[in-house]
Design a protein around this ligand. Structure first.
Ligand SMILES: [Mn+2]
Length: 323
C-alpha cells in the first residue's frame, strides 16, 4: 500500500471527533495545502481502551493529524488539536508538548468542542474561513458541550443532527465515519443528513435506541442523587448520556457499566442542567484508573475479562460521588 499523503486520527464513534476531522480536512485542503486531493487522505478512528491507544500504524501518513484525541510524542504527528482534560497519558507527554511549542499543536481543556476550537484556531492563526461549515461546527458545540435545552431533547433525538449523533455513536460499519468525514468536509450538514446512506441505517438504530432507553429506565436506580445502571449483558459500548437525567431530573451524577467485544467500560457523567451543583472532577476520578475525559464527563476502560473488577470500581465511585 502506498503511504497516504495525510492521515487523520480522530475520536471514533463521537460526533465531535468526526466533525473535527471534517473541519481539519477542509482547512488542510483550502489553507495548508491548497489543491490537496482529499482522496489522498486516510482516516483512523481512535478508541480509548485499557493500555496504549496508538500503534505503529497510527502515524502512517506523510503528514499525520490527530483531533479530539490524546497527545502522542511521536515526531511523525504533525498536527494536533484536543480539548480533553486528560489529553496527556503521562506527565512526560505534557512536558513534551509544552517544550516543543509547536505552531501546529493545540490544547485547551476549557473548550466545549474540539471542532469549534479547531475552527477558531484555523481562522485566527491561519486566516481560514470556517463559515461554510458553520452548521456542523455549531452542532458539535451543542452536542459535545451538552448545550441541549433539556434532557427530553437529548433523549428523544427528533432533530436530524441528533440522529446523526446516534448513528456515529452506534454504527458498526467501519466505513461510515470516514465517509461522513469526507462528505461533511465538502457539503452542508443538512445536505448530508438527507442522504439515504445516512437515513437508511438510522432506522434500525432509532428503534434500538428506544429499546435501550426502555431498558435503562427499567434498570436505573438513583440514590443520594447518583443514578446507576448496568447494561454489561447487552454488548454495547456507547449509550446516550442523558437518559438518566430524563428519568431523574434531580440526579447530579450517573455511573454506568457496559461491556463490548473490546472492553468493559465505566461511564461517569454529570447532569448538564445541574452543573452549578457539581462538586467532583470526573476526569480526575477516572484518571486514577487509567481513564479520563472532561471534568463533567469521563470514562474508564478495563479489559474485556475484567467485568467483576469494573463493577466493583463503579460501585466505589458511585459511593464516592454520594459524599
Ligand atoms: Mn470532543
Amino acid at each position: 500500500m502506498t503511504q497516504p499523503a495525510l492521515q487523520i486520527c480522530f475520536h471514533d464513534h463521537c460526533f465531535d471527533g468526526v466533525a473535527s476531522a471534517a473541519t481539519f480536512l477542509r482547512f488542510y485542503r483550502e489553507r495548508v495545502r491548497p489543491g490537496f486531493d482529499p482522496s489522498q487522505a486516510t482516516f483512523l478512528g481512535m478508541a480509548h481502551k485499557a493500555g496504549a491507544p496508538f500503534s505503529s500504524e497510527s502515524f502512517a501518513g506523510v503528514e499525520n493529524a490527530c483531533v479530539d484525541f490524546r497527545y502522542a510524542q511521536d515526531p511523525r504527528l504533525t498536527w494536533w488539536f484536543d480539548h480533553h482534560q486528560s489529553a496527556f497519558e503521562t506527565p512526560a507527554d505534557k512536558a513534551h508538548f509544552e517544550a516543543e511549542h509547536s505552531p501546529q499543536k493545540f490544547w485547551d481543556p476549557a473548550r466545549k468542542s474540539c471542532t469549534k476550537f479547531l475552527a477558531d484556531i484555523a481562522k485566527d492563526k491561519f486566516g481560514w474561513d470556517p463559515s461554510p461549515l458553520k452548521e456542523l461546527i455549531d452542532w458539535a458545540e451543542v452536542i459535545d458541550g451538552a448545550l441541549f435545552p433539556d434532557a427530553k431533547t437529548a433523549v428523544e433525538l427528533v432533530h436530524p443532527a441528533l440522529q446523526l449523533m446516534l448513528l456515529i455513536e452506534a454504527t458498526k460499519d467501519p466505513g461510515l465515519c470516514p465517509r461522513l468525514i469526507r462528505e461533511l468536509s465538502d457539503r452542508t450538514l443538512s445536505a448530508v443528513l438527507a442522504e439515504p446512506w445516512v437515513t437508511e441505517p438510522l432506522k434500525p438504530l432509532l428503534e434500538r435506541h428506544q429499546k435501550i432507553v426502555g431498558l435503562v429506565n427499567e434498570r436505573i436506580t438513583c440514590e443520594g442523587r447518583v443514578a446507576t445502571f448496568d447494561l454489561a449483558d447487552l454488548g454495547l459500548d456507547n449509550i446516550n448520556k442523558f437518559i438518566a437525567y430524563h428519568r431523574f431530573p434531580d440526579a447530579l451524577y450517573t455511573v454506568s457499566v457496559v461491556k463490548s467485544a473490546t472492553r468493559c467500560k465505566i461511564s461517569l457523567g454529570s447532569n448538564p442542567w445541574r452543573q452549578a451543583e457539581r462538586k467532583h472532577n470526573l476526569a480526575r476520578m477516572a484518571e486514577r484508573f487509567g481513564g479520563g475525559g472532561h471534568p463533567a464527563v469521563a470514562a474508564i476502560s478495563f479489559g474485556v475479562d475484567e467485568l467483576e473488577k469494573t463493577r466493583a470500581v463503579a460501585k466505589d465511585l458511585a459511593a464516592e460521588l454520594r459524599t
